[in-house]
Structures are given as structure tokens and as C-alpha cells.
Write a protein that binds this ligand. Structure first.
Ligand code: SF4
Ligand code: SF4
Length: 268
């Protein structure tokens, strides 16, 4: 069980949020109303996706104070716990891409040599493009096509044909590119990386305990962030780490753990 403690916690959180949104729409529950783009907690606390809000701003929309406050609350929260904690603990698409990645490992698809190469920085280009298109068209561009929003709305308001984009992402990650969507393309993930760049909470590697088994790298959705494995006792400084905790729970040697202490420059 301890091997899956963070995974179980993440799934429960992701599903709970969908249930609360669904319950608000279908049964009038008040705990969490709206969608991941803009919602209200307990009927009074505004919450808003800062990326969506910035796109709306770029598109020329006039924003209400509650939306701006909601975006600042979310940005502050992820600025502390790590921006991409949104990805691994909240975003519903993460359940789809994690399933595809798990199947890749089970079916040994990772062993097949791939011809396709996509830079992990592509997400930042897509991020910039989303703002440019928002300015030009006057529409929050990524919000318009976002599979995260589509999936969230599909669960809350009922499935639709638009769910096809979620299926495309699943097969893209399964057969075309490992961690293809979340690790390379998604601009919301890229945005959250920037939000959490200086987050005090991150993963700490304890090099003396490490036996170089590489189980952590096998399960990590952003394995490039674990470049220090076996070399130095430092925190994972790369903002693409999702703070999912998978590396910690699969490590049998107690060589990884969450930390809020900055020992960036300390090495062994
Ligand atoms: S990268 Fe995008 S789709 Fe993937 S978990 Fe993060 S926000 Fe969701
Ligand atoms: S380094 Fe660990 S916590 Fe960060 S993304 Fe990889 S598996 Fe998750």
C-alpha cells in the first residue's frame, strides 16, 4: 500500500473534484461549483485558472475582481506546492495519460525504437502561441480547444463528441510518443511549470542511499528532472517535476522524499 500512497491520494483528489463539480451541477451541492477554469469554493471563495484568465485578458475581455482574485489565489497556492502539482493531483487528463504510460510499460512499447522526436520545450511555444492567437482572435484560444476543459465539462455536464480529443491524447501517448501530451505539448502544464518555478516544496534526492536501480526514472513522467540520480544530494530544481511522488514511493532505498528545505547547493 505504501508503494501507492501518493498515487491513491492523487486519484482520490482528482475524482473527488470531478464528483464535487458534477454534484454542484446535478444536485446543487455548494462545496465546489463551476469548472476547473473558474469555480467557487464553499459558496464564497473564488478560484480561477490563471492561464485561462491571462488568455481572456489577452483576448481583451473585461475581468471581474472575483476572477482576478481567484486566479491570484490559485497562482499563490501552486507557487508554494509546485505549479505542476495541478497536473498530477487535479487535472483529469492526468488519469488518461498515466493510464497510457502504464500500458506502454506493461506492453513493452517503450522498447520499440521510435522515429519521432519532439522537444519537451514545445509546450512553451504552444503557450506563447495561445496568447498570440488570443490577442488576434479576441478569444481565449487554448480554453477554446483545451482537452482539460473539455474533459472537465464532459464529466460535469455530460459526455459529448468533443471527448474524442481525450481519446486521441490517450492513443498519442500510448503509441506515438511517451508522455507525449503532458510532457511535451500541453501549454497549461508549461504554464504551471513557470508558476511553480521557485516553489519551496519539491523532491529531495539523498545520494548516499541511492543504489542506482533507476526505478524512479522508469516511472517518472518527466524523467529528465531526475538527472541528479546517483550523483548529488540536491532537490529536484526543474519546474517540470509534477510533485506526483511516484519516484518517492517506488524507491526501496529511501533515497527520495519531499522537502521544503532549500539545499540547492549542497552536494555530497
Ligand atoms: S500537462 Fe496539461 S493535460 Fe497534462 S496533467 Fe498537466 S494540465 Fe493536465
Ligand atoms: S521527479 Fe518524482 S515527483 Fe517529480 S515528476 Fe518525477 S516521479 Fe513525479
Amino acid at each position: 500500500m505504501s508503494k501507492y500512497r501518493f498515487l491513491i491520494g492523487r486519484r482520490l483528489t482528482q475524482i473527488l473534484m470531478l464528483v464535487l463539480y458534477f454534484g454542484a451541477n446535478a444536485h446543487g451541492w455548494k462545496m465546489l461549483t463551476g469548472t476547473l477554469s473558474s469555480s467557487t469554493f464553499m459558496g464564497f471563495l473564488p478560484l480561477a485558472d490563471p492561464f485561462a484568465v491571462l488568455q481572456m485578458f489577452a483576448a481583451g475581455a473585461i475581468l471581474g475582481a472575483d476572477v482576478i482574485i481567484g486566479a491570484l489565489i490559485i497562482a499563490l497556492f501552486y507557487g508554494i506546492v509546485g505549479g505542476r502539482a495541478f497536473c498530477s493531483w487535479v487535472c483529469p487528463i492526468n488519469m488518461v495519460t498515466d493510464l497510457a504510460n502504464w500500458l506502454r510499460r506493461v506492453l513493452y512499447l517503450d522498447k520499440i525504437e521510435r522515429k519521432i522526436w519532439v522537444s519537451r520545450n514545445t509546450r512553451y511555444w504552444v503557450l506563447g502561441l495561445a496568447f498570440i492567437v488570443s490577442i488576434i482572435t479576441g478569444v481565449a484560444a487554448f480554453e477554446f480547444i483545451s482537452p482539460i476543459t473539455i474533459f472537465n465539462r464532459a464529466i460535469v455536464f455530460g459526455m459529448g463528441m468533443s471527448m474524442a480529443i481525450v481519446i486521441v491524447i490517450f492513443f498519442f501517448d500510448l503509441f506515438v510518443l511517451k508522455n507525449g501530451w503532458c510532457g511535451h505539448v500541453c501549454p497549461l502544464g508549461g504554464f504551471h511549470s513557470l508558476v511553480g518555478k521557485y516553489a519551496p516544496l519539491s523532491v529531495l534526492h539523498n545520494a548516499p542511499n541511492c543504489t542506482l536501480c533507476m526505478k524512479c526514472k522508469d516511472v517518472c513522467p518527466e524523467s529528465q528532472v531526475l538527472h541528479m540520480i546517483g550523483k548529488k544530494s540536491i532537490k529536484v530544481m526543474d519546474a517540470e517535476c509534477t510533485n506526483c511522488g511516484r519516484c518517492i514511493e517506488v524507491c526501496d532505498d529511501d533515497a527520495l522524499g519531499f522537502s521544503i528545505i532549500n539545499i540547492k547547493n549542497k552536494s555530497h
